[in-house]
Design a protein around this ligand. Structure first.
Ligand code: SF4
Length: 84
């Protein structure tokens, strides 16, 4: 099953809240810096600077919407074999 790999540049994120609003199953404003991150369930690696995750195919569409809506271009997405 195909999924999507996500990389959030948390240093670029301005914590506008759009990503968690559009795609709450995938994104949340982190308790550490207040900036966007991939939720624990789908996070592969999350630091204060970067959050990397892999989500199943059914969640890729809302991630793409968040990519398009992010005002600072802080989210990248690419197709990848899902680990789930
Ligand atoms: S849309 Fe962009 S700036 Fe806004 S919370 Fe998400 S990653 Fe951060």
């Amino acid at each position: 099953m195909m999924g999507c790999r996500i990389v959030v540049d948390r240093t670029a994120c301005i914590a506008c809240g759009v990503a968690p609003s559009i795609c709450p199953d995938v994104f949340v404003l982190g308790q550490d810096t207040g900036r966007n991150r991939v939720v624990d369930r789908y996070s592969v690696e999350t630091t204060r600077e970067t959050s990397i995750g892999v989500v199943p195919e059914e969640l890729c569409e809302c991630v793409k919407q968040a990519v398009d809506m992010c005002p600072v271009g802080a989210i990248k997405i690419e197709a990848q074999d899902s680990k789930h």
